[in-house]
Design a protein around this ligand. Structure first.
Ligand code: ES4
Ligand code: ZN
Length: 324
């Protein structure tokens, strides 16, 4: 690993906390909660983290979550990630969580948010890492369930900076959730949505994010390069695009590092992030290392990627300076 990459102060904006569940923690939580898993060792558990498409990934991903049952489980999940992030000099992270992946199997919203929030506070105190939480709604569930989840979040609004949209994009365009995101904005949440790489109708989904939803950021969004008018609008608004090269290598036909080069050259606020590091086997430093190696990035390019991330972070600021 390049020492410059590890030492660079980093900001992670596209990270699903459920995607940081390492096989070791999964086995420990299964034992603690007396849940039987079909494997006995870490090696067997890791071998089960295998998939050949986004949909097969998502099946195993949601299935793994049944070991997460109680508040301390969510605490341990988030604190373990924050320890790993701190070890790579991540100074600030915005962390996605999927409440419906838990409420749909009988775990309360309160259990999830309290555990995650406690980990954020403890990491700030003991690891010198700052973090905020972004609640995602699952786009392959109904808009009604998304709205109910949004309403359930309101008592915890102070602990949640924004609302995102993830899971299976096919047949689930941004406009499906127009009312939910309009209400989320009214409640003071910032908004982001996944526009996954090489999805059908990808540029149309990006257009809906801009024109109908009014997002404050776009997750992935690399297909924006197919439409110069969208590129110009995202630049005009200064919106961040959170790209995940190691994840792309697993669920698309490649890392899309050439697109990252073009996005940098276009002056888009592109950043490099890890998505689901326990599954894709790369935290943020490994993601930066991959693009550095594929593109032969200079130190100035790497600094620009992190500058882009910090500049698109949802932190209070005075003028151009972020309070961190
Ligand atoms: C995800 Cl790789 C990916 N795609 C869509 N939704 C997700 N949630 C977590 N990881
Ligand atoms: Zn994602």
């Amino acid at each position: 690993m390049d020492e410059f990459i590890v030492g660079l102060p980093k900001c992670e904006l596209h990270l699903h906390i459920e995607g940081t569940l390492e096989p070791e923690l999964k086995l420990a939580l299964a034992a603690r909660n007396k849940i039987e898993l079909p494997y006995a060792s870490v090696e067997e558990a890791r071998a089960a983290y295998s998939f050949d498409s986004l949909s097969s990934f998502l099946v195993g991903y949601y299935e793994s979550m049944r070991v997460l049952q109680h508040e301390p489980d969510f605490y341990d999940l988030a604190f373990s990630y924050l320890e790993k992030a701190a070890s790579q000099n991540v100074r600030y992270a915005e962390i996605f969580f999927d409440p419906q992946a838990h409420t749909s199997r009988g775990v309360s919203f309160e259990t999830v948010i309290r555990g995650l929030r406690r980990a954020v506070l403890e990491a700030e105190r003991t690891l010198d890492v700052r973090a905020q939480l972004i609640m995602c709604v699952l786009r392959d569930f109904s808009a009604e369930y998304a709205m109910a989840t949004l309403l359930e979040s309101l008592p915890y609004k102070e602990w949640i900076v924004g609302v995102g949209l993830d899971s299976d994009e096919r047949g689930n365009p941004p406009v499906k959730f127009e009312k939910v995101f309009a209400r989320a904005r009214q409640e003071g949440y910032l908004l982001t949505m996944h526009c996954d790489v090489d999805q059908e109708n990808s540029t149309e989904h990006i257009r809906q994010c801009l024109e109908v939803i009014g997002v404050d950021r776009i997750d992935h969004g690399v297909n924006i390069l197919e439409d110069p008018a969208l590129v110009a609008e995202v630049k005009r608004r200064g919106l961040g695009l959170t790209v995940c090269p190691v994840s792309n290598r697993f669920v698309t036909d490649g890392s899309k590092s050439a697109a990252i080069r073009r996005m940098l050259d276009e002056g888009l606020r592109v950043s490099v992030n890890s998505d689901d590091p326990a599954y894709f086997l790369g935290y943020v430093a490994e993601n930066l290392q991959l693009v550095r190696d594929e593109l032969d990035l200079s130190h100035a390019d790497l600094v620009q990627l992190e500058r882009n991330a910090f500049e698109s972070a949802w932190l209070p600021r005075r003028g151009k300076d972020i309070f961190l």
